[in-house]
Design a protein around this ligand. Structure first.
Ligand SMILES: O=C(O)CC1=CCC(=O)O1
Length: 266
């Protein structure tokens, strides 16, 4: 389904019973809502509606030229939620860039969410800026994401993942390569300029921060900063997890997610 925010068309998928509580899911850079495939069946079984949104310039959502900010991307999510009438009570789950979006909405719009699960993410960009600038340069010069996909995939999954689940690995790689260049450059700027840390004290919803112990992009220390800054937030870690434990360690991720949602759904 598509929603026009006035700036771009945002693609989303909504499944589950109309009157069920809503879980909204926001993905990472160079992914799309398909990165949540391992979570959908269990969320439906738990009685939720599942709303998965493609970020601007990713998946089926159209891109705009220029640099984006996490505030702007948060506005896209709010626009979809408003259009669907989900103005409160939503349980938000975001990973990496999606977790940045979740933090910003939770901090700036009290009452929008019933809970927040921020996964493998950061309160401000503390990652390897040189590495990211190198990637931007490589993509600009080659005109393709092909130049960075291999190195990037290595930081998202553990060394055995490609052999264990070749079909899933290939699909995730194809999604990566399907990201529009405008979307990549725009969202990369959003991540590199992200800083919600001074506002995290404003978050007034139950929050769980979840990290992968081996994540080289947003390591446990980055995630602990979020948990320390949000009043009452909880922290959990998936042992052996890289940047996408929801895919590679889906059983463990789902167990933590379901326990969390059972607790906060009221
Ligand atoms: O591209 C990556 O894997 C690193 C990254 C930064 C923000 C995000 O969502 O992913």
């Amino acid at each position: 389904m598509m929603h026009n925010t006035g700036k771009s068309w945002i693609n989303y998928d909504l499944v589950g019973p109309d009157d069920a509580p809503v879980v909204c899911m926001s993905h990472s850079l160079t992914s799309d809502y398909g990165m949540w495939a391992e979570q959908v069946p269990i969320l439906l079984k738990e009685g939720f509606q599942v709303l998965r949104i493609d970020t601007r310039g990713h998946g089926g959502s159209t891109a705009t030229p220029g640099e984006y900010t996490i505030d702007e991307l948060s506005g896209d999510i709010i626009s979809v939620l408003d259009a669907l009438g989900f103005t409160s009570g939503v349980h938000m789950i975001g990973l990496s860039m999606g977790g940045m979006i979740g933090q910003v909405i939770a901090a700036d719009r009290p009452g929008r969410f019933a809970s927040l699960m921020a996964c493998c993410t950061a309160a401000s960009w503390t990652g390897d800026t040189e590495l990211m600038q190198g990637r931007i340069k490589a993509v600009r010069e080659s005109g393709s994401l092909e130049s960075i996909v291999a190195a990037n995939m290595e930081r998202r999954y553990g060394p055995g993942f490609q052999k264990q689940r070749p079909l899933r690995w290939n699909a995730l790689r194809d999604t990566f390569l399907g990201t529009s260049l405008d979307g990549y450059f725009g969202c990369m700027n959003a991540c590199l300029t992200h800083n919600v840390l001074p506002r995290l004290g404003q978050v007034d919803v139950p929050t769980l921060v979840l990290a992968g112990s081996q994540d080289p992009t947003t390591p446990p220390a980055d995630n602990k900063i979020i948990a320390d800054a949000i009043p009452g937030a909880r922290y959990a870690e998936i042992e052996g997890g890289y940047h996408f434990p929801n895919v590679e360690f889906a059983d463990e991720f789902n167990r933590i997610m379901v326990d969390w949602l059972r607790e906060v759904r009221g």
